[in-house]
Design a binder for this molecule. Structure first.
Ligand code: ATP
Length: 444
């Protein structure tokens, strides 16, 4: 994990938030490469969950909502984690993080057994809306994006004119005042979620739960996390939310252990019923065929953007051996990111930076590729070094413009370049004009 955290900082994937002031626990900033990776994950999610389907539409809700939303959803009363304090080292801990030795609970930090009794700690960040800070102006930063979907259910249904089953998707920030943020971005206080609420008839809830589990597993496979690394946990009765009839956790083997990437939950009609009751507004669906009105049930695949990004980096990180400039083998750090989500798809290098014609040609190639993908131009340092820098950030392809490209050695090779593959390090000679189509097909 240390190597991954250090690579993320060194190469501009992820920085500590407010770093120059000593940071802010549980908050992270994504740098130039991190933001590209994150955006690619969200875009791919949106593509497969919304654009490629007829039965899902999107929305983008506000982060602040009427406090009544959080009362009705149950978050104000029950969105809590049990917390204990260690009287020896003063650590504040989640009860499930305590270690148990010979039946006695201990502090995982100091081994202390003098612990306070567990008490409920609400994870929502409280804030005040407007100029007065009193009971009437309280609200919370949303701890999940889902509630905006439930409270807009009727509006979206009306404008989209969808019939059951159909879904509403949303990607956005969520905030939880986690007792112990840890494991890098895995447990943060500010994070992003990609959530779908898929509305259906009660009798089909379990069917859609299994359907969405399978779809979500395919999603991870398609962006480079093999099925063998994903584990499906069927959440047992006692651990599920009381209203859920079935929940699966999709877990991944992080370097710090097997942990949840996404929850796929059958939430029944709980949320819509609660909001209908509390608001007094009908959230029913009218079935034109049977002429019946009812509250739909919902299946929710809820994924974390930050956890997905972290899993992708962990999965992609590898070290192998490659020859240096003099042919001596050295360790190569390579991020084997799937081309689809790699921040930069192709790097373009002139062999030498002081040869005007090489530089000119390389820049022409950048212009040729730019409308199709994110490209990066680099002219500094030995070519081997430039390859290594791209390997380390997961750029799947490298194009080098050399004297052959200018037709100086063999006229038949004029306007061809070497195309290098990050993983195999193999190089092939391809015509410049074919580069866009070759790369586009390999990326998708
Ligand atoms: P955990 O048990 O790990 O706290 P959870 O079961 O509370 O997670 P959900 O409420 O199901 O999580 O949220 C859906 C998804 O949102 C999670 O699977 C995860 O990917 C993401 N998520 C939740 N909490 C955090 C967090 N503190 N930091 C980063 N991502 C989070």
């Amino acid at each position: 994990m240390e190597k991954i955290v250090s690579l993320c900082k060194r190469r501009g994937f992820i920085f500590q938030s407010s770093e120059i002031y000593g940071g802010l626990n549980g908050c992270w900033d994504y740098g130039p490469l991190g933001v590209e990776l994150k955006r690619n994950v969200k875009n791919y999610w949106w593509r497969v969950m919304v654009h490629e389907r007829d039965d899902v539409v999107g929305m983008d809700g506000s982060i602040l909502m009427n406090r009544a939303v959080w009362k009705a959803s149950g978050h104000e009363d029950t969105f809590t984690d049990p917390m204990v304090d260690c009287r020896s080292c003063k650590a504040r801990l989640r009860t499930d993080q305590l270690v148990e030795k010979k039946g006695i609970k201990q502090c995982p930090n100091c081994g202390g057994k003098d612990l306070t009794a567990p008490r409920a700690f609400n994870l929502m960040f409280k804030t005040y809306v407007g100029a007065t800070e009193d009971e009437s102006s309280i609200t919370y930063l949303r701890p999940e994006t889902a509630q905006a979907i439930f409270v807009q259910f009727k509006n979206v249904l009306e404008v989209s004119r969808k019939k059951l089953p159909f879904g509403i998707a949303q990607v956005g920030k969520a905030f939880r005042n986690e007792i112990n943020p840890r494991n890098f971005t895995f447990r943060s206080r500010e994070f992003e979620q990609m959530e779908l609420e898929y509305f259906c008839r009660a009798e089909e809830g379990m069917k859609w739960l299994d359907y969405w589990l399978e779809e979500r597993l395919k999603f991870y496979e398609n962006i480079g996390i093999p099925r063998a690394q994903l584990h499906v946990k069927t959440v047992p009765d006692g651990e599920r939310a009381f209203y859920s009839k079935g929940t699966y956790d999709i877990e991944y083997d992080f370097p710090f252990g097997r942990q949840e990437l996404e929850g796929v939950a059958y939430r029944t009609d709980y949320d819509l019923s609660q909001h209908q009751k509390a608001s007094g507004k009908s959230l029913e669906y009218f079935d034109e065929e049977t002429k019946q009105k009812f509250i739909p049930h919902v299946v929710e695949p809820s994924a974390g953007v930050d956890r997905t990004v972290l899993a992708l980096i962990c999965e992609a990180y590898s070290e192998d051996e490659a020859p240096d400039e003099k042919g001596k083998m050295e360790t190569r750090v390579v991020l084997r990111l799937h081309p689809q989500i790699a921040p930069i798809k192709c790097a373009v290098f002139p062999l030498l930076k002081n040869k005007e014609l090489l530089v000119e040609k390389a820049k022409e190639i950048v212009d040729l590729l730019r409308p199709h993908m994110n490209v990066f131009y680099d002219e500094s340092g030995a070519i081997g070094r430039r390859y290594r820098r791209q390997d380390e950030i997961g750029t799947p392809f490298g194009v080098t413009v050399d004297f052959e490209t200018l037709g100086e050695k063999d006229p038949a090779l004029r306007d061809t370049v070497t195309l290098r593959d990050r993983d195999s390090m193999k190089q092939e000679r391809v015509p410049v004009k074919d580069l866009p189509s070759i790369l586009v097909s390999r990326i998708s």
